[in-house]
Design a protein around this ligand. Structure first.
Ligand code: 13P
Ligand code: SF4
Length: 302
């Protein structure tokens, strides 16, 4: 315990020396969330990265999130303490593959989920997150939309628009594994509990849910709904923040196995070491960054 407190103190000291802020995604380990300046969903963290005045950002999440921060704030040093923390879904499409799809649908706009590499963002018209995918799709002039890489988020957005959506067949290894049978079983075990799921879940799971929301949307729903019990269909790291912010509510994970191994790679020692060494740094080549920034800023402006 004393060792942990020492590491926390070192992080706070180094943070001050470097004029750094720590951003942590809602799926991070509890101790990482507890030391962060901002904990949030992808949209909130992108906004914080763009807005907060500092010299350095320590990104506790996965690589595309740190890349997004680097694209939005090229003057800041962006550190990713766990350099191999990646999002397998973001790697399911390359810029070359996207160019090929674009050539097949020349009249379509390209919406890329923020879970993409900067190269793919640079080939896209606008970015979106799980919190604003529907609004982004409906804000575009075009009637045809190429939506990459998450097939489930694409099909979720398609429920709320008249536009034709061409989904890429990528998926999240964690959310795509939930089944309607798990939802029925959880409802049997916890009758009356409200089922909240992330839009990265499959359509048949979404059909069984009471609400569909981003990670911060789920936090908000638990806080504001009058109900007491909830079944949570997203990565279990969110349970830490739910317990902290809504201690009077009871939240059950839809599956204990919903763990994103990449989100769990960052720990306090890595954060301390990254701040001390000022690496591993995330940088994006200027030309890619400038085109990717257009897509991200267009989303932030909505
Ligand atoms: P949120 O933007 O909802 O936090 O989701 C990010 C993510 O990677 C979900 O798997
Ligand atoms: Fe990527 Fe899924 Fe992990 Fe989110 S939970 S970072 S989409 S693999």
């Amino acid at each position: 315990m004393k060792g942990l407190q020492n590491i926390r103190n070192e992080i706070l000291r180094l943070k001050g020396e470097r004029n750094a802020i720590i951003l942590a995604h809602n799926y991070q380990r509890g101790e990482v969330q507890d030391i962060a300046d901002v904990t949030g969903d992808s949209l909130e963290l992108a906004r914080a990265a763009a807005k907060i005045d500092c010299n350095m950002i320590v990104f506790c999440g996965v690589d595309f999130m740190a890349e997004t921060a680097a694209v939005l704030s090229p003057e800041k040093t962006v550190l990713l303490p766990a350099p191999d923390a990646c999002c397998p879904m973001a790697e399911m499409i390359t810029a070359d593959q996207l160019q090929l799809v674009k050539s097949r649908h020349p009249d379509a706009a390209v919406v890329c989920y923020v879970n993409t590499t900067a190269d793919v963002k640079a080939e896209s018209d606008i970015c979106c997150t799980s919190a604003n995918a529907v609004a982004v799709v409906n804000a575009l002039e075009e009637d045809e939309i190429i939506f990459v890489p998450d097939r489930n988020l694409a099909r979720y957005a398609a429920r709320f628009t008249k536009k034709t959506i061409f989904p890429w067949e990528g998926f999240c290894l964690v959310h795509d594994r939930y089944t309607p049978e798990q939802v029925s079983m959880a409802r049997r075990v916890h009758p009356g509990a409200v089922v909240l799921v992330h839009p990265e879940c499959r359509p048949d799971v979404i059909d069984c849910a009471d609400y569909v929301a981003s990670t911060s949307g789920i936090l908000r729903l638990v806080r504001t709904l009058p109900n007491k019990e909830f079944i949570i269909g997203t990565e279990i790291g969110i349970l830490h923040r739910l317990a902290k912010e809504s201690p009077e509510k009871i939240c059950y994970p839809l599956s204990q196995e919903a763990v994103c191994v990449n989100m769990k790679k960052t720990d306090l020692v890595m954060i301390r070491d990254a701040l001390a060494a000022m690496e591993p740094r995330i940088t994006v080549p200027v030309e890619i960054a400038s085109r990717a920034r257009t897509a991200i800023e267009r989303m932030l402006a909505l």
